[in-house]
Every structure is written in C-alpha cells, then in structure tokens.
Design a protein around this ligand. Structure first.
Ligand SMILES: [Zn+2]
Length: 280
C-alpha cells in the first residue's frame, strides 16, 4: 500500500539576478551562484528535489549553474527571459520572450521543460490568454497566479485549488493566508521573512490539515546577507519597501528549518506534483 501523502511543501526558487534589472546593476557583486549553492545544500540536507523557475539571462552571467542544478536532480522551469510582467507584453512579445527563455535554458543544458512561472505573479483575469500560448509551446503547468487582491497583481476569485486552464495545462496558484486582513502569500519571499513565525506556522498548519500542499517561492536575494545596499528594481523607489527587501534575511534558513521540523514536510518538484494531480 502506498504511504499516506505527507505534508507537501512545493518549495521553489525564482532564479533571477536583480542586478540585471538595474541600470548600473553590474557594478554590484555577482551573488547568485553562491546563493544557489546555499539552497542546494538545504535541499540536499533534506534529501529533496525542488523546482528552479529560471530567467533566461541567468546562464549568460552564470555559465554552468543550470548544469549544476540539474546534476543534483532538480527541475528547471521557465520564469521569462527578461523578467517583464505579462501585463506589459502583447501576445507576440510574450511568446517570443518565452521562446528565447526556452532556448537559453536549453542551450545551458535544460531539456524537457514543462513548467512556467510569470514574473511577479502577473497572470490575472486580464492576461489569461497566456495559458493557451503556454500549452501551445508544450508547457504542462504554470504557477503564476496569486489568488487574492494584491497591490501589484492578483486574481481575487481564483481560489487555491490547482485548475485546468485548457485541455493541457494546470495552473497551480501560490498559497495565501486566506484571512480577511492581510490575505497575502505566507510561504515565500519577503512575506516569509516579515510575518511573525507564529502566524506562518498557523498558515502551514491550516493548509496541511486540509490535505493541501503549500506552494511557495524564494529568491536568491531572500537569503543574501552580503549583498550591497541598493534600491531594488520594481518597487517604485519606495524606501519602506526597500527596507523590507533586506529585512530578516539572516533568519530565512532558520525559519525554513523550523517549518521542515515541525511539519515533517516533503518537498517535491512541481513537475512531480502536477503529474500526481493529473492522474486524479
Ligand atoms: Zn521573479
């Protein structure tokens, strides 16, 4: 008899380099390789395979990195070629950008890519045309919707259940708190560093007790304690948001270890998860 499903934690890294989105970005230290190494050590320690949603310009600046990730058995998926939100693209722009993303990752050694995540969760009701282009290009799943009202993007009524968006493609939305106040993702990026741990644990508990997986996202910068201080791109030069971008990075792995230990989580790739729900 198969073992009962454990608490599934869909840990993932959005593999991108913020320097490449800034005008003078290359004057700062390249940090991505060292940070990916830390994530790989964490995954290795827990004997887990995870998904790296990767921007197409990464191999150009970090040759060999994709092969290292693949050689450890992890999944490479797409995260656009230049990290432009879908809302800023025409259908043609979106398709061409994604083809370049696929080509760059394939030249770097990643084949059979079936997963996609939009930059900044920018698939909303208005950009739902993306799903048909994704399946046309051979993608089988996307994890690009934030199912709540959000100042940036968000698809409020989507719900948290994975859903077929056409005959071929699943959307696996990011987990949100499901509360009236502060209904935000709790298992990724800045939120995972800022929200009190007591609440984050309750959110994990709530999902796992209903048999739901926790869908997450982390970035290289989320664990970077050695990055120079600069204004991050994409936050409208807000001093406050920039403070949050740097907040509590040093405790990220400590928090992750607490979650892993308390819930005895099982980390699997999105590919494995999407195949498991496809069979149902
Ligand atoms: Zn991103």
């Amino acid at each position: 008899m198969p073992a009962p499903a454990k608490n599934i934690f869909l840990f993932s890294v959005d593999l991108e380099d913020v320097r490449l989105r800034m005008q003078d970005g290359l004057s700062y230290k390249p940090r991505v390789e060292a940070l990916v190494e830390k994530y790989l050590r964490f995954l290795n320690k827990h004997r887990s395979k995870a998904t790296f949603f990767t921007v197409g310009d990464i191999p150009e600046y970090y040759p060999g990195l994709i092969k290292t990730i693949i050689s450890e058995g992890h999944e490479i998926a797409c995260h656009s070629n230049k990290h432009i939100p879908v809302t800023h693209q025409t259908k043609e722009d979106f398709k061409n950008d994604l083809l370049q993303n696929l080509e760059n990752l394939s030249n770097a050694g990643a084949t059979n890519i079936i997963g996609y995540r939009a930059p900044i969760y920018s698939i909303t009701e208005k950009t739902a045309w993306t799903f048909d282009i994704l399946s046309e290009l051979g993608f089988k799943y996307s994890s690009s919707v934030l199912p709540a009202k959000n100042p940036l993007f968000g698809w409020e009524d989507f719900g948290e259940q994975p859903r077929m968006m056409n005959e071929k493609l699943f959307e696996i939305p990011v987990s949100v708190r499901g509360t009236n106040f502060l209904n935000v993702p709790f298992s990724g990026g800045v939120y995972f560093r800022v929200i009190p741990m007591m609440l984050i644990k309750k959110d994990f508990e709530k999902h796992f007790s209903k048999g739901q997986p926790v869908i997450s996202y982390f970035h290289p910068y989320d664990i970077d304690t050695e990055q120079e201080s600069f204004m991050h791109p994409g936050i409208n030069d807000s001093w406050f948001y920039n403070k949050l971008m740097y907040f509590n990075r040093k405790n990220m792995f400590g928090r992750l270890e607490e979650i892993m230990e308390q819930f005895d989580c099982k980390i699997i790739t999105y590919k494995e998860y999407s195949e498991s729900i496809n069979g149902k």
